[in-house]
Design a protein around this ligand. Structure first.
Ligand code: ADP
Ligand code: MG
Length: 252
């Protein structure tokens, strides 16, 4: 048996060459990083949960006509996706102030924004993914004006979908980040949602209690990250068969 070819190992995933040209296998690791990998840990079961959750969100997006890279889940930790040319931007959509925006503008976290805000950071770990204006993106050729004119409504559609799905299970979508890639079909190029959509890349707060159910639990040492992600998966009915140890059920 030939060993499959590793294309890239990132902070949260490994990419392998897929079985067919134009496909890639994404392997979801248990590694958690924050603050540009200054804080690191291995969180047992995180990869399994994110593989399932990303499948769930990407499938839902496909069903409402938002194109994504997702093809099929292969096993507990792997999914088959279309190989895309990643646009080197993190596309961030915010509904409420939090994180860097709250800090920059001196807003209390959780302050509702007058409307959803789309912002971009340049995906470059060595610079800590700096926030960049559209002018920079076009001037440096990371994407064209036409790309941005497509990306903003695409990101807002993802936002409406994700906000609605989360609202339905009592969770407020504070903000999230997506990556977008190009796929070529004959003479045409299409932009699709790529990478992952998971609690690693969203801020999710319980509507009633305000409890955080996302990577801030890890970033800010607020508790057990796997428990938080499991809770999100449970509410969405996305229950992996075996992520760690089942909790005993009290029967009376
Ligand atoms: N469909 C795809 N085709 C090609 N590259 C992808 C695709 N989806 C995601 N990627 C890239 O694969 C990498 C995923 O691994 P990850 O651990 O998240 O890396 P990073 O540490 O760079 O964030 C990212 O660099 C992402 O841009
Ligand atoms: Mg990543």
């Amino acid at each position: 048996m030939a060993r499959r070819k590793k294309i890239y190992e990132g902070k949260a995933k490994i990419l392998y060459e897929g079985p067919k040209p134009g496909t890639i296998v994404q392997y979801f690791k248990d590694d958690a990083t924050a603050f540009n990998a200054e804080k690191k840990d291995v969180i047992e079961g995180k990869g399994v949960l994110n593989n399932r959750l990303s499948e769930f969100f990407m499938t839902g997006l496909t069903q409402i006509g938002v194109p994504t890279h997702f093809l099929e889940r292969l096993n507990m930790r792997e999914q088959l996706v279309r190989a895309v040319e990643i646009i080197p931007l993190e596309i961030i959509v915010r509904n409420y102030a939090a994180g860097s925006m709250a800090k920059r503008l001196g807003l209390e976290e959780g302050t509702p924004l007058p409307r959803p805000v789309v912002e971009f950071s340049y995906k470059e770990d060595s610079l800590g993914d700096p926030l960049v204006p559209e002018e920079y993106i076009i001037a440096f050729g990371w994407a064209t004006q036409q790309d941005l004119d497509d990306i903003v409504p695409l990101a807002l559609r993802v936002n409406d979908f994700m906000s609605g799905v989360m609202y339905g299970v009592g969770i407020k979508l504070i903000d999230f980040k997506i990556e977008v890639g190009r796929v070529y079909e004959g003479d045409f190029m299409r932009l699709v949602v790529a990478d992952e959509i998971s609690p690693d890349s969203c801020r999710l707060w319980d509507i009633k209690t305000g409890e955080k159910l996302d990577k801030d639990v890890f970033r800010r040492d607020l508790g057990n990250l796997t428990d938080a992600y499991t809770e999100v998966a449970r509410r969405l009915g996305v229950m992996p068969a075996n992520t760690g140890h089942p909790k005993p059920t009290l029967i009376n």
